[in-house]
Every structure is written in structure tokens, then in C-alpha cells.
Design a protein around this ligand. Structure first.
Ligand code: F6R
Length: 248
């Protein structure tokens, strides 16, 4: 694992988009699909912006790309503007040539009876296409990656989870109040994320500085699930000066 610190999010977001684009092209030149694990939230927005620009201005094609999003609120309707389904289409999928059948986002409307099997099938689908070539991550103030809140097990896989109170507080503005924030989510597990061949975690802003210190300098513990990344052999943490401000 190594850490790279930039003044702000603009330059590193372009560099991350360039790494993703290079991977997509390398796979395409070998007639292979490129399997990307994707995150929502504020952290990756500029990466998606740059990928869209590369598609529009430089002809970067997503025809060989298969995506798996980390998580979705539960319950959540696709058409709801707070859904991660909506976010991904708004910021990326509607603007590139990815095949709709290659887009995978946990379904926030799967029935409770089918939820357990649905999560197993999500994992199987990732395996069936050869696993995640690349996983993009943000990090929550609880130390969650995906929605793997404190207490998440190292070997956890895609499942439903109860959101931490702090996570719901942070989501409240988007939902115009905490009472409207769903209490649950479907998320890939820690084991799912760690199985990715390459991982990049993005963190911007001083309000992430405390959790970044724990994540990078603290002991590995389920209390800060992002600390599990310390054991992954191809992970880079990309921070701005605010997020890095508490590192020693
Ligand atoms: C989103 C996700 C979350 C976010 C995290 C940070 O798909 O998996 O772990 O990455 O909550 O959110 P932002 O980027 O909005 O600070």
C-alpha cells in the first residue's frame, strides 16, 4: 500500500481516470473485457467527469467494460434521484458507450425473501467474468468502504447491512433530513473488495483526516474496516492535503 498526496482533487482525479482508461484499452487490445468495481458519492465525481470527456473527445470506448457498483441503499427505487443507480447513470453511464447489460448495481428493490440469494448471485456474477480488475473506493467517516460499516468481517461478501448512524447523518442533506435516509443497504463485502487486482481509494477534505489517520496508521481492525486494505498488495490511497492533514 502506498499513499500519494495532492493539493486538491483535480489533478489526481485525472490521473486515476488515465489509469482506468489505460486498463480498458489494454484489455480491449487483447480482446478481453475490463471489469471495474465502482463507487458513488462525491469522491469519484471528477474521475467520472474525465472518463466521460475522454469518451467524447478522445474516443475512449466502454464497449468492453463490465461494471459492478459497490452498493445501493435498501430499500431504494432506481428512479429515485437519491439512488446510486441514478447517480451512476447521471455521472457516467448515460454519457458513454457501455452496454446496458454490462452494468451491475445492487438492486434496491429486490424482495426481502430473495435478498439473500440475490447477494450470492451478485458475487457469482463477479466471479463468472473473471473477478474485479480494478476497484475504485471512497471512504466514510466510520471507516466504511462500500457500506461495510464497523464490525464487518474480513471475509464478508455481498450482503445487506444496517447503516451506521454517522453514515446516515452524512447522507441526511441529500435526503433532506435523516428520517428519509434508508436504514439499510446492500454492499459488496470486504472480501469482495480485497479480491480486486488493483484498488484505488480516494479521500478529499479535512473531515476525512481522522479516519484516514486510523486507516493508514492504525492497527488492522473490524472497527475501521478500511484498515483491511493495509494487507492488499496493490492498493493506493490518494488524498488531498486536507484528508492527509493528520498523518504523521
Ligand atoms: C459509495 C460508497 C461509500 C462512499 C463513502 C464516501 O458507493 O461505497 O463508501 O465512498 O461513503 O462518500 P463521499 O465520497 O460522498 O464522501
Amino acid at each position: 500500500v502506498h499513499n500519494v498526496i495532492f493539493k486538491d482533487s483535480a489533478e489526481p482525479s485525472i490521473l486515476v481516470a488515465q489509469e482506468i482508461a489505460a486498463l480498458i484499452k489494454e484489455k480491449a487490445s487483447n480482446n478481453k473485457s475490463c471489469v471495474l468495481g465502482l463507487a458513488t458519492g462525491s469522491s469519484p465525481i471528477k474521475v467520472y467527469e474525465e472518463l466521460v470527456r475522454m469518451h467524447k473527445e478522445e474516443g475512449l470506448s466502454f464497449a468492453n467494460v463490465i461494471t459492478f457498483n459497490l452498493d445501493e441503499y435498501y430499500p431504494m427505487d432506481k428512479n429515485n434521484i437519491q439512488s446510486y443507480f441514478y447517480f451512476m447513470h447521471e455521472h457516467l453511464f448515460n454519457h458513454v458507450d457501455i452496454l446496458p447489460e454490462n452494468i451491475n448495481i445492487p438492486d434496491g428493490k429486490v424482495s426481502p425473501e430473495n435478498l439473500y440469494q440475490y447477494c450470492i448471485d451478485y458475487e457469482m456474477k463477479i466471479k463468472a467474468v473473471g473477478g474485479l480488475d480494478f476497484q475504485l473506493l471512497g471512504i466514510g467517516r466510520t471507516g466504511h468502504i462500500g457500506f461495510n460499516e464497523p464490525g464487518s468481517h474480513l471475509n464478508s461478501r455481498t450482503r445487506s447491512i444496517t447503516l451506521d448512524h454517522i453514515t446516515r447523518v452524512d447522507a441526511a442533506p441529500a435526503f433532506l433530513g435523516i428520517d428519509s435516509v434508508p436504514r439499510k443497504a446492500i454492499t459488496m463485502g470486504i472480501g469482495t473488495v480485497l479480491s480486486a487486482k488493483r484498488i484505488i481509494l480516494l479521500a478529499w477534505g479535512a473531515n476525512k483526516s481522522e479516519v484516514l489517520k486510523e486507516t493508514i496508521e492504525g492497527d488492522i481492525s473490524s472497527e475501521v474496516p478500511a484498515t483491511y486494505l493495509q494487507n492488499h498488495n496493490n492498493t493506493t490511497f490518494i488524498l488531498d492535503e486536507g484528508a492527509a492533514s493528520k498523518l504523521t
